[in-house]
Design a protein around this ligand. Structure first.
Ligand SMILES: NC(=O)C1=CN([C@@H]2O[C@H](COP(=O)(O)OP(=O)(O)OC[C@H]3O[C@@H](n4cnc5c(N)ncnc54)[C@H](OP(=O)(O)O)[C@@H]3O)[C@@H](O)[C@H]2O)C=CC1
Ligand SMILES: O=C(O)C1=N[C@H](C(=O)O)C[C@H](O)C1
Length: 293
């Protein structure tokens, strides 16, 4: 949910003032990556290094991580000259924008320093509480932020398909969101599944908080037709699968997205980095970046 205090409606979200001449399109954007030794951190470092219009300018990892002190591109067998550091001020001092795929508490700690230093942020982390989302919205009063639970183009187009399907199937169809991820994922349901639920609930004029069912066990009684159910699967190396089932009488519609590689999230993050160039403040999401709003 990106509609916090700074994101009330329409164009008021889009604060386009250009204040940083170093963010012109001609010089590469200086990008720092948090969670540098994580699954997404590696993907992002590789993608930033491969992009002609970006330059790796910092790498962060949590204090105590064995990666701290090593070169950010060592996993590629390359010496990038960018060390992984634990101190956010050190890691962000040369950066114009931070890409953060870590954990909610890490992202918020990094964001406080971004705000202090005027560094923009692309946030892919999921699992934020409502209070934590409000903190991000507050930071967006001072810096420009793109935050999305899924940076892939396909998933964001899927959100649009779901909006249309939910409106067309608003009565007589039971709605269930089913997601599957790798065994290492720590939050459930996935941020993407929750966003799918929010998109559908909004299209139906409902509030997900009032109609979500996250677990069923024992004698549950019959299904309440106004609910949106969630089912979570965790196993192996599944990158990320999401299906929304609209189950009617005599037919079922399933809208599915499957990720086969994390590269799609990294490429989406770079699109967000480019989108942010020249923006002073505001909270944006991938609909803004991809022109899907
Ligand atoms: N928006 C999107 O498109 C996507 C979002 N995600 C989300 O990104 C996040 C990261 O996913 P993934 O890369 O698979 O996870 P990993 O666990 O592989 O990586 C997380 C990284 O963050 C570090 N970290 C953990 N806690 C903190 C902290 N408190 N402060 C700073 N750094 C910390 C980890 O260090 P250590 O290993 O030492 O703990 C690790 O380097 C998750 O929330 C996931 O849901 C993932 C893919 C796509
Ligand atoms: O943790 C992951 O891996 C993923 N997390 C995101 C989420 O929670 O939706 C996006 C993607 O599904 C992969």
């Amino acid at each position: 949910m990106l509609t916090g205090p700074v994101a009330p409606a329409g164009n008021s979200r889009r604060l386009h003032r250009v204040t940083d001449s170093s963010s012109s399109t001609s010089s590469p954007r200086r990008v720092a990556v948090a969670g540098a030794s994580g699954r997404m951190g590696h993907m992002l470092i590789e993608a930033v290094r491969a992009a002609e219009d970006c330059r790796l300018a910092g790498a962060l990892d949590i204090a105590g991580s064995p990666a701290v002190g090593s070169d950010a591109a060592a996993f590629l067998g390359v010496n990038s000259g960018v060390p992984i550091v634990a101190d956010p001020r050190e890691g962000l001092k040369n950066a114009q924008v931070l890409i953060d795929f870590t954990r909610p508490e890490g992202t918020l700690a990094h964001l406080a320093v971004c705000r202090e230093l005027g560094v923009q942020a692309v946030i892919g982390t999921t699992g934020f509480s409502e209070a934590q989302k409000a903190e991000i919205a507050a930071a967006a009063k001072d810096i420009a932020i793109v935050m999305a639970p899924n940076m892939s183009v396909g998933v964001n187009v899927t959100f649009k398909l779901l909006e249309m399907a939910a409106k067309a199937l608003s009565t007589g169809y039971d709605i269930e969101v089913i997601e599957a991820h790798h065994r290492h994922k720590v939050d459930a349901p996935s941020g993407t599944a929750l966003k799918m639920g929010e998109v559908i609930a909004e299209a139906l004029g409902r509030d997900l908080k009032d109609c979500a069912v996250y677990a069923r066990e024992g004698v549950t009684g019959e299904r309440d037709p106004s609910t949106i159910g969630f089912a979570t699967i965790r196993g192996g190396d599944i990158v990320g699968d999401h299906t929304v089932l609209f189950a009617g009488t005599g037919e079922r519609i399933e809208i599915t997205h499957k990720s086969a590689s994390r590269a799609t999230y990294a490429q989406g993050s770079l699109r967000a980095v480019r989108f942010l160039a020249g923006r002073q403040a505001g909270l944006f999401d991938m609909f803004d970046v991809l022109g899907l709003r």
